[in-house]
Write a protein that binds this ligand. Structure first.
Ligand code: HEC
Length: 111
């Protein structure tokens, strides 16, 4: 009979532990440890790279471009326009063509 007392006591302790309020997320050391390192990757050098570095690193890393297979101008044109129209990238209209040309040169062909 005595051996049933231990699980009962454990359950009671678990209940007490679960009843504690969860710590606020901002104060959690676990979440602080998960902070991501600053983004350091930049676009490949070439005419237009400065434009891409200024306009295309606000939301995601350059790896989104690096990880694409070599794709034609049609793809890069559509991608730049998609970033602006669907995802809300702040791209001045006059930057679309130079960005597309740069992306075709830098990422559209096999390096
Ligand atoms: C306003 C935020 C924002 C900006 C600025 C932005 N992107 Fe994106 N991009 C996204 C989002 C959101 C996705 C989709 C992410 C996902 O599917 O996980 C994406 C995905 C991509 C992809 C992966 C392929 C795809 O179609 O999903 C490529 C390539 C890409 N972006 C290139 C660019 C380039 C080049 C620029 C600069 C002209 C740029 N992005 C600027 C938000 C942005």
């Amino acid at each position: 009979m005595k051996r049933f007392l231990f699980p009962a006591a454990s359950l009671a302790l678990l209940g007490v532990a679960l009843a504690q309020p969860a710590p606020a997320p901002a104060a959690s050391p676990t979440l602080r440890r998960l902070a991501l390192p600053p983004e350091t990757g930049t676009y490949r050098p070439g005419p237009g790279a400065a434009l891409a570095n200024a306009l295309c690193l606000n939301c995601h890393s350059v790896e989104y471009c690096q990880s694409q297979p070599p794709l034609p101008e049609k793809y890069w044109d559509a991608t730049v326009k998609k970033m602006k129209e669907k995802f809300g990238a702040t791209l001045p209209p006059e930057a679309i063509a130079p960005l597309t040309q740069y992306l075709v040169e830098a990422y559209g062909k096999k390096p």
